[in-house]
Ligand binder design. Structure first.
Ligand code: NAP
Length: 434
């Protein structure tokens, strides 16, 4: 009997799971259930707009989505339109591929002041995510601090100093392009609580900081480590290369109109200011046993914007065991409970590259194929469609996405890949206007 599988989410971990199920040759109907009318999750709303080539992976997801066993239910929110328990009754297997779209709090005094944003919100805003369309961060400030030296920290810092032509060539929405190019920001401070040898960013992404049209990377060579003894042995070579690259930044022209200052051994202690951010108090650290330890010595960075790029949490869905501390689902190799799985960031937290999700998808698909083999005659897709109809929900199909996609491409700025619709209402209105 045909197996019915529901995958909640339509980002990379969802598509890699679907693809692995299809490739297993099992007789299955696979439904992707997505909260937004548009698919691709992190690819569309997380990947930096100036990294268009990374988004090309959605072409292979598109092929998967058009396969005969797949169906897309966009604009359907689990917890609002249908519960997880209902899905588990309707499907043989349910896979949580919900990613980690929520910010971890900065957790320091003043962290709730106006002008402090988490990177999920900030990135969502400049990427046209409907949840953050209205964020409207005040960029009428001269300096910004970005906390966290992972690739997201680099993305945020880089985009804040990109020039108009650089941004206009991307699919960043007009409102964000205008806010950034009209902002008074000249200095961005990128803050790592550990040393440059412990930075989480990767070398290709670091290299871009030396290639910006209108901004210079500023690194104090004296702040860079010369020993890599406390870095895991397998990472030493690449970390040494990254530190060399940072050292090389000192020889680049330092006279561009904007600057990105790399500050290491710099842990945020307190956000300063009355209601709005006026600065960030930093404590110098040293690294002991791989951890940042405060030295008690502090200094202040005047800034009007703080973006915390310190990692993410998964959204909690009622009916699945959740690890509050780690912000992900309690699972063993993806298995949460009989017939219930997690993949990607919902399974292992926000780490790795897009391709890492492929392994997760393959692991969980293998488990499903080996353990379920055949369906139990559950109603699956038809049952879900009936339930959504009864509830007056307005699911969007993959063909609907095709129309949104075509309209976005047609309305792109000159030289840009697309002009995203940034509200659900706009996307639905386009579909209703047919
Ligand atoms: P990440 O790589 O885990 O980096 C998080 C950074 O935040 C680390 O420097 C971490 O420092 C710091 N941090 C955490 N808690 C902190 C705190 N309380 N105070 C100060 N600093 C704190 O996370 P991410 O940048 O969000 O990226 C998530 C994943 O997506 C990563 O695997 C990343 O490589 C990937 N990604 C890739 C790309 C790309 O390939 N172009 C782009 C974006 C994201 P410690 O190390 O000391 O904990």
């Amino acid at each position: 009997m045909t197996l019915s599988v529901a995958i909640i989410g339509s980002g990379p971990s969802a598509f890699y799971t679907a693809d692995a199920l299809v490739k297993s040759g099992i007789d299955a109907r696979i439904d992707l259930i997505e909260r937004l009318p548009a698919p691709f999750g992190l690819i569309r709303y997380g990947v930096a707009p100036d990294h268009e080539s990374t988004r090309k992976v959605s072409r292979s997801f598109d092929k998967t989505a058009r396969g005969p066993s797949l169906s897309f239910f966009g604009n359907v929110e689990v917890g609002r339109d249908v519960s997880l328990d209902e899905l588990r009754r309707l499907y043989d297997a349910v896979v949580l591929a919900v990613g980690a779209p929520l910010d971890r709090p900065l957790g320091i005094p003043g962290g709730d002041k106006n002008g402090v944003y988490g990177s999920a919100a900030f990135v969502g805003w400049y990427n046209g995510h409907p949840d953050f369309r209205a964020l409207a961060p005040d960029l009428n400030v001269t300096a910004a601090a970005v906390v966290g030296i992972g690739n997201v920290g680099l993305d945020v810092a880089r985009l804040l100093v990109r020039s108009r032509p650089e941004l206009e060539a991307t699919d960043m929405p007009d409102y964000a392009v205008e806010a950034i190019v009209n902002s008074r920001i000249t200095d961005v401070y990128l803050l790592g609580r550990r040393s440059a040898a412990h930075a989480a960013f990767t070398i290709g992404e670091l290299r871009e900081m030396g290639e910006l049209e209108g901004a210079s990377p500023i690194v104090d060579a004296a702040s860079l480590p010369t020993s890599f003894d406390d870095v895991p042995e397998e990472d030493r070579r690449i970390k040494a290369k990254m530190v060399d690259m940072l050292r090389g930044f000192a020889s680049l022209p330092q006279d561009r109109p904007k600057r990105v200052h790399f500050r290491f051994n710099a842990a945020p202690k307190e956000v300063l200011g009355r209601e709005r951010v006026e600065g960030l108090r930093i404590e110098r650290t040293r690294v002991e046993g791989g951890r940042a330890v405060g030295t008690g010595e502090t200094y202040d960075i005047p800034c009007g914007l703080v973006v915390a790029a310190i990692g993410y949490r998964s959204p909690q869905i009622q009916g699945a065991r959740f690890d509050e501390r780690q912000g992900l689902y309690v699972n063993q190799g993806g298995l949460i409970d009989a017939g219930l799985y997690a993949v990607g960031w919902a399974m292992r937290g926000p780490s790795g590259v897009i391709g890492t999700n492929k392994i997760d998808g393959q692991t969980v698909a293998k488990h499903i194929v080996e353990n379920l083999k055949t369906g139990a005659g559950k109603r699956g897709r038809d049952g879900l469609a009936d339930l959504l109809k009864q509830r007056g929900a307005r699911p969007t199909s993959y063909a609907d996405w095709g129309r949104i996609d075509a309209a976005e491409i047609a309305r792109a700025r000159k030289g840009a890949p697309r002009g995203k619709f940034t509200t659900v209402a706009e996307m639905l209105a386009l579909l209703d206007a047919r």
